[in-house]
Design a protein around this ligand. Structure first.
Ligand SMILES: Nc1ncnc2c1ncn2[C@@H]1O[C@H](COP(=O)(O)OP(=O)(O)OP(=O)(O)O)[C@@H](O)[C@H]1O
Ligand SMILES: [Mg+2]
Length: 322
């Protein structure tokens, strides 16, 4: 019997605590993460600022040394086989790391040469990738002359020069305008359709939803929930969440709504109530009516249908801010 091909990424209780430095205490950035990403998958780490996404990607790409647990990429241990892992992966970091002293095409060719391609093969491969990514016109330009979206595409091309088994992308569309972002989504979908395994981090919920086969929602260095977006919505975030802010204390009758069928939770903080409901019909109107009956006017109201946003709210009790 042949062994099944090893997972693209597998971590067990992976941890990173950055040491204290001067007055700053140590930072437990990643506090025990388990991941299992099969080959061919488009996997997303979704979380707000400071969740530990870049630290996790850093450990998987051998740039950050773990302080606990284990991580394997293409079956290789990140702490023992860093050189071989680097040969097998492509990395696009959060910041622009293109070399401004080289043209766009030269940035790619240098990378190809570094990975052992002949000068001719590097040139051919760079030309093909630039064409595929719609960058042929920019090939002789300097990285600082091109737009942010183009620079990101060039970085992806550069990461693909040596045909990596796994492509890691840290916040590939952060700071891009919506149209450039959706263009990049098309590019990434095309790569996956051609068989590329992709691990991406993002703080955009709609990006995770649009691209990823499976998502792990991370916050404060821990995975809160994982699965397909549909599984996540059907689990923790199956409820519609209605949030109402009053100009006076929340009327007592509202807390009692928690006992009603179809309502799973009612949270009250000062003048605000948040109701988690599987059957939200008519509820918002009712919250307004109960309020005015008790002399509390509504100053703000939102209703969120089941989504990654409600998953996050249900799991953390706080709103997801991008
Ligand atoms: N080199 C470092 N030294 C000390 N602390 C660090 C270092 N890098 C990151 N941190 C801290 O670790 C935590 C996680 O940071 P990380 O960059 O992994 O989060 P992130 O999810 O990528 O956030 P963002 O969305 O802002 O990119 C944060 O509290 C951050 O301040
Ligand atoms: Mg980051």
């Amino acid at each position: 019997m042949t062994e099944p091909p090893e997972a693209a990424v597998r971590t067990v209780d992976l941890k990173k605590t950055y040491p204290a430095s001067g007055p700053r205490p140590e930072v437990p950035a990643v506090q025990g993460i388990d991941l299992d990403v099969p080959r061919g998958e488009f996997f997303g780490l979704l979380g707000p600022n400071g969740a530990g996404k870049s630290t996790t990607i850093g450990m998987l790409t051998t740039l950050v040394v773990p302080t606990g647990g284990s991580a394997h990429v293409c079956g290789l241990d990140v702490t023992k086989d860093a050189v071989e892992i680097k040969r097998r992966i492509g990395v696009v970091s959060q910041n622009n790391t293109l070399d401004n002293d080289l043209t766009v095409a030269e940035n790619l060719e240098f990378r190809g040469r570094y990975f052992g391609l002949s000068a001719r093969d590097a040139r051919t491969r760079a030309t093909d990738l630039l064409e595929l990514f719609g960058l042929t016109e920019q090939r002789a330009g300097n990285p600082f002359e091109i737009s942010g979206g183009q620079a990101k595409r060039v970085m992806i091309c550069r990461a693909l020069m040596h045909g990596p088994e796994v492509l890691f992308l840290d916040e590939p569309t952060a700071g891009l305008d919506p149209q450039t972002r959706t263009n990049l989504w098309e590019v990434l979908r095309g790569l996956q359709a051609a068989g590329q395994t992709i691990v991406l981090t993002t703080h955009y919920m709609e990006e995770a939803e649009a691209l990823c086969d499976r998502v792990a929602v991370v916050d404060h260095g821990r995975i809160l929930a994982g699965g397909t977006v549909d599984q996540l919505k059907a689990g923790a975030g199956a409820d519609t969440v209605i949030t109402v802010t009053y100009d006076a204390a929340v009327p007592r009758e509202i807390k009692a709504l928690a006992d009603r069928d179809g309502i799973s939770r009612v949270e009250v903080h000062d003048g605000q109530v948040r109701v988690f409901a599987a059957e939200p019909g008519g509820l918002l109107g009712e919250l307004v009516t109960i309020g005015s009956g008790a002399g509390a006017g509504v100053t703000d109201a939102t209703q969120l249908r089941p989504s990654l946003e409600t998953v996050f709210l249900t799991l953390t009790g706080r709103e997801y801010r991008e």
